[in-house]
Ligand binder design. Structure first.
Ligand code: PLP
Length: 419
């Protein structure tokens, strides 16, 4: 049976659950945690809006979790992808656009000289970690609770009991031998990080961090936090890895590293760099990146890496992000949204990423938030046609497709639900 236009959502959901584990291809798409048994199915999207298979039009603040600074179905992106497809969808051999995209990334990010393109943020983080370990000849890493770096085994670690202990597997299937080299520390806790470096510094390959956390809600770095990480890495010989999968090209053209003026040794990119197609990247100084095969001895590869459709989309988006007016406008709109939502909860924002926390306390590191209250707010907004992420631990992603009308409508909807 073909998936027809008129297929009822429940019937589709029934088939999905039968054929796909949990009915979804990424857990965060399920909506059970916000009290909605059947997730929405998207039929099409344009600008700031999604249309669902059951005919609802939703004002979308999820925006595919961040890759779309110009909104859905951006005409220029569609045009270049269509043109690229006519020339073939994959070759497994080099293309000019891969070089151009690497150039665009290196031009934007002050710490990056060389770039390797991959297909997902998970793959980029996993590869950057292998490179850091190969470069330093060390195994241990420090990561921060609540930061997400994709689902490669070494990052699926949870803190053991006590301060700065070795990580334990956060999922069945992750070997404890792998997470034993991952040390978990609280975000923004300089003293705990210094203590962990003191204890494990000799074997420390890298400290990896989201320079603005976006996976425990939007949590900005405390003043001095990123600078402290830089100093701790310099003192111990570990590499500093910024996971800029969300922040890259979002909090500014030069990412969080440019915005906060702290240079990492390696940078992980994803989301915006692919312009909405499956593409991610990691980069850094030639001294480090040059250790990757075939230039060096650290192995990394990919059949679809630097895919011609994805590089076309990425280039189209990144070239338009050269215009500072784009960021001025994203900043203005995001600030308008922040100011409008602030009376009804607590808003944390850096550039065009923000979280509306239903509680009133500032969030500085990973804590258990009031997800029941958030679930109520989520459902209330959905009833009014406003779609936020189905989790309190995520961000809203304003784009240039979100005009003042969309922003003001969202504020009014939140006022109606929370006021
Ligand atoms: C989304 C995300 C990833 C993983 O990217 P995928 O393309 O989903 O594998 C890694 N790091 C951060 C900070 C992310 O937000």
């Amino acid at each position: 049976m073909a998936v027809g236009e008129g297929l009822e959502r429940s019937e589709l959901w029934h088939r999905a659950q039968k054929l796909i584990p949990g009915g979804v291809n990424s857990p965060v798409r399920a909506m059970r945690s916000v009290g909605i048994p059947e997730p929405l199915f998207v039929k099409r999207a344009s600008g700031a809006y999604l249309e669902t298979t059951d005919g609802r039009r939703l004002l979308d603040w999820v925006q595919s979790w961040g890759p779309l600074p110009f909104g859905h179905a951006d005409p220029e992106t569609i045009e270049v992808v269509r043109a690229a497809a006519l020339d073939g969808t994959t070759y497994g051999a080099s293309t000019e656009r891969e070089v151009d995209l690497a150039g665009e990334i290196a031009d934007a990010l002050p710490s990056v000289e060389q770039v390797r393109l991959v297909s997902s943020g998970t793959e980029a983080a996993m590869s950057a970690l292998r490179l850091a370990r190969g470069f330093t000849h060390r195994d241990r890493i420090i990561k921060f609770a609540g930061c997400y770096h994709g689902h490669a085994d070494p990052f699926l670690a949870a803190a053991g009991s006590g301060l700065a202990t070795l990580g334990i597997p956060a999922s069945p299937g992750v070997p404890s031998a792998v997470t034993a080299d991952t040390i978990i520390v609280d975000y923004n806790d300089i003293d705990a990080t210094a203590a962990a470096v003191e204890r494990y510094g000799e074997g420390l390959a890298a400290i990896i961090v989201e320079p603005v956390a976006g996976n425990m809600g939007c949590v900005p770095p405390a003043p001095g936090f990123l600078e402290a990480l830089r100093a701790l890495c310099d003192a111990s010989g570990a590499l500093l890895i910024f996971d800029e999968v969300i922040t890259g090209f979002r909090v500014g053209r030069s990412g969080a590293q440019g915005r906060f003026g702290v240079m990492p040794d390696l940078t992980i990119l994803g989301k915006i760099v692919g312009g909405g197609l499956p593409l991610a990247a990691f980069g850094g100084r030639t001294e480090i990146m040059g250790r990757l095969a075939p230039a060096g001895d650290v192995y990394q590869a990919g059949t679809l890496s630097g895919n011609p459709l994805a590089t076309a989309a990425g280039l189209s988006v990144l070239r338009r992000l050269r215009d500072p007016k784009v960021y001025e406008e994203l900043e203005r709109r995001s600030a308008r949204l922040e100011a409008g939502l602030a009376p009804y909860g607590h808003v944390q924002r850096v550039g065009a990423m923000l979280t509306f926390f239903t509680g009133s306390d500032p969030v500085t590191h990973f804590v258990d938030l009031d997800t029941d209250r958030y679930a109520e707010v989520f459902r209330g907004l959905l009833d009014q046609g406003v779609y936020l992420a189905p989790s309190q631990y995520e961000c809203m992603f304003p784009s240039l497709a979100h005009g003042d009308d969309e922003i003001d409508r969202t504020i009014a909807a939140v006022a109606a639900v929370c006021g």
